[in-house]
Design a protein around this ligand. Structure first.
Ligand SMILES: Cc1cc2nc3c(=O)[nH]c(=O)nc-3n(C[C@H](O)[C@H](O)[C@H](O)COP(=O)(O)OP(=O)(O)OC[C@H]3O[C@@H](n4cnc5c(N)ncnc54)[C@H](O)[C@@H]3O)c2cc1C
Length: 478
C-alpha cells in the first residue's frame, strides 16, 4: 500500500463499517471532514447577504446546519448549479462570490468527536482524486478560491507555501497538494487508504436487525486490492451499511471507437505527451502530434505542445464557431490562454496560410482510422479523405464514469437506466436532499456522478450525505 492506512481498516474483516467512501477526490475528502465530527454552525455575529436565507438561518440559532432542514434552507436559492444543497453550502461558504465579493464564510466549525461516524475512504491514488492525474502546470478553470474545501482557504494555504494565484486561478499541481495537505491538516489521514482499488461491490438481502432509517439496512461487500510500494497486490474485502460512490468521471477516457485506436502511439491522456516529451520521443523535429478533440483538455494539450515547440495537428468534428464549443462560453478576459487556442483553431485551418508556425487545425474533421505506420486517416465535412503522418496521437474527447465494480456497471442507478451513465446528461438518480440513490437504500453518490461538476458544488453533496447519515445514527436504537 502506497501511503496511508485507515485506522478502521483491516484487510478483511466481517465486522461491517458504518460507512465506506469509494474515491478520495474533493468529494470524498469533504465528506470525510464532515463525518469526522466537524460540525458547521452559523457564526452568531454573521449576517448573510441573501435576505431570505439570513431570515431562515436566524430562525434556528445555535442549531448546526447538518441538523437543520436542508430542503427548507435551500429553497429559493439560485446559481450556477442545479442542486439546491450545493447552492446552499456554497452560499454559506462563499456568501457573495458570484457578485464579485469576498465576504468571509458565515460558518464556524466545531469538532464534536461524539458525533463522528467511523468510515474509510478508499482511493486509487493519493488524496485529491483527479487533481493528481492532471498536468501540474495546468491552470484551473475556476477561480482558485473556489477550489477550496471547508475551513481552509486556498489563498491562506498558498500564502503559507509562499505561492500565489495566477490571474485569480491556481495551478492543478498546487490544488492537488492543497487537497493532500488538507487531509493531513484536518486530522483525516487515519480514514484514508491510498492505493486501494475497488473491483467489486455486492449487496444482498437486508440485515434483519435493521439500522437504516427507512427499514432494514442493507449490507454491502466491497472488495478490491491494495497496491504495495513494490507494486504487489493484496486483496481486501470489507462490509458496510452505507456505501458512498465518489469515484468521479476522470478514470475512463472516452474513445473514438475507430480501427487502430489501440495502437501503441495512440493515447487518451495528456500525461502520455508529457512522458513522450520528457523522453525525447517527440521533439520539435518530429512529425506532428495529432490532438483530437475541442474541449479544454485538448486545448491544454495544444498549449503544452506549443510550450515545447512540438508541431501539432489539431482535429475536431465541430465548426470553430459552433456555440456549443466550450471556448465560445468562456469570458475572454478570464481565460486568455484558451482564447488563444480558439483563435489558432480559427485562423490555422488546413487551407489557410499559417500565422502560427507548427500548428494546423482541422475543423469539421472526423478521424476514421489509425494505421500501424503512424498514419491517421480523416474525413472532412465534404466527405473527402486525408492522410497524415504523425508521431503520436492524443484523443482527448472527454471521459465517462467507470462503475464496472458495481452489479450491471451501475446502469440501473442512472436517471435513465436505458441510456449510458453520464455526469452531464444522465447522472446517478439521487434524492436531492440526502444524495441517497433512489433505487438502493444505503447507497449514496456524490460529485460528478450525481451531476455536480465543479469542486465548489460537489461539497453540497457531501453535506447532504453527512446530514442523512447523522440522522440515521440518531435514529438507531440505543
Ligand atoms: C481536466 C479537468 C479540469 C478540471 N478543472 C476544474 C476546475 O477548474 N474547477 C473545478 O471546480 N472543477 C474542475 N474539474 C472537475 C473536477 O475535477 C471535479 O469536479 C472534481 O475533481 C470531482 O471530485 P470527486 O472527488 O467527485 O472526483 P475525482 O476528483 O475524480 O476523484 C475520484 C477519485 O476516485 C478514484 N477512483 C475511481 N474509481 C475507483 C475505484 N474503483 N477504486 C478506488 N478509487 C477509485 C479516482 O482514481 C479518483 O482519484 C476539472 C476536471 C478535469 C478532468
Amino acid at each position: 500500500m502506497s501511503s496511508s492506512r485507515g485506522d478502521h481498516f483491516s484487510a478483511s474483516t466481517l465486522e461491517p463499517l458504518p460507512v465506506i467512501i469509494i474515491g478520495n477526490g474533493p468529494s470524498g475528502i469533504c465528506l470525510s471532514y464532515l463525518l469526522s465530527g466537524h460540525i458547521p454552525y452559523v457564526r452568531p455575529d454573521a449576517v448573510h447577504p441573501h435576505p431570505l436565507l439570513q431570515r431562515k438561518l436566524a430562525e434556528a440559532p445555535g442549531v448546526s446546519i447538518l441538523d437543520q432542514d436542508l430542503d427548507y434552507l435551500s429553497e429559493g436559492l439560485e446559481g450556477r448549479c442545479q442542486s439546491p444543497v450545493a447552492l446552499l453550502f456554497d452560499a454559506l461558504l462563499r456568501p457573495d462570490t458570484d457578485f464579485g465579493g469576498n465576504l468571509e464564510s458565515v460558518l464556524t466549525w466545531r469538532q464534536e468527536k461524539q458525533r463522528a461516524i467511523p468510515h474509510v475512504v478508499l482511493g486509487r491514488n493519493l488524496p485529491g482524486g483527479a487533481w493528481h492525474s492532471m498536468e501540474g502546470s495546468m491552470v484551473t478553470l475556476s477561480q482558485g478560491q473556489w477550489m477550496g474545501l471547508p475551513d481552509l482557504q486556498v489563498k491562506d494555504w498558498l500564502q503559507k507555501k509562499r505561492r500565489g494565484l495566477r490571474n485569480s486561478r491556481a495551478t492543478a499541481g498546487d490544488i492537488a497538494r492543497y487537497y493532500r495537505d488538507y487531509v493531513v491538516k484536518k486530522g483525516l489521514s487515519r480514514n484514508f487508504i491510498s492505493g486501494a482499488v475497488v473491483t467489486n461491490v455486492q449487496w444482498g438481502a437486508p440485515e434483519p436487525s435493521g439500522s437504516g432509517a427507512q427499514g432494514p439496512s442493507p449490507l454491502f461487500q466491497v472488495s478490491g486490492f491494495l497496491t504495495a510500494k513494490d507494486q504487489s497486490r493484496q486483496p481486501f474485502s470489507l462490509w458496510t451499511h452505507n456505501l458512498v460512490l465518489a469515484t468521479g468521471t476522470f478514470d475512463s477516457p472516452a474513445r473514438l471507437g475507430i480501427p487502430g485506436e489501440a495502437l501503441p502511439f495512440v493515447h487518451h491522456d495528456l500525461s502520455a505527451l508529457e512522458a513522450a516529451t520528457r523522453q525525447g520521443v517527440v521533439t520539435p523535429a518530429s512529425d506532428p502530434v495529432l490532438i483530437v478533440g475541442a474541449g479544454l483538455s485538448a486545448a491544454d494539450a495544444v498549449l503544452f505542445a506549443r510550450h515545447y515547440n512540438i508541431p501539432v495537428v489539431h482535429a475536431f468534428r465541430r465548426p470553430v464557431d459552433d456555440p456549443g464549443l466550450v471556448f465560445n462560453q468562456l469570458p475572454k478576459m478570464l481565460y486568455p490562454e484558451y482564447h488563444k487556442v480558439h483563435q489558432m483553431m480559427r485562423e490555422q485551418s488546413f487551407l489557410s496560410p499559417s500565422p502560427y508556425q507548427g500548428y494546423r487545425s482541422l475543423p469539421e474533421h472526423r478521424a476514421l482510422l489509425f494505421k500501424e505506420d503512424s498514419q491517421a486517416v480523416f474525413q472532412d465535412a465534404q466527405g473527402g479523405q486525408q492522410v497524415l503522418g504523425v508521431s503520436l496521437v492524443l484523443v482527448l474527447i472527454g471521459s465517462h464514469p467507470d462503475l464496472s465494480f458495481l452489479p450491471g456497471a451501475g446502469a440501473d442507478l442512472a436517471m435513465d437506466p436505458e441510456q449510458p451513465l453520464s455526469a452531464k446528461r444522465n447522472p446517478i438518480d439521487v434524492d436531492p436532499f440526502t444524495y441517497q440513490s433512489t433505487r438502493q437504500e444505503g447507497l449514496y453518490a456524490v460529485g460528478p456522478l450525481a451531476g455536480d461538476n465543479f469542486v465548489r458544488f460537489v461539497q453540497g453533496g457531501a453535506l447532504a450525505v453527512a446530514s442523512s447519515l447523522l440522522r440515521k445514527e440518531t435514529r438507531k436504537p440505543p
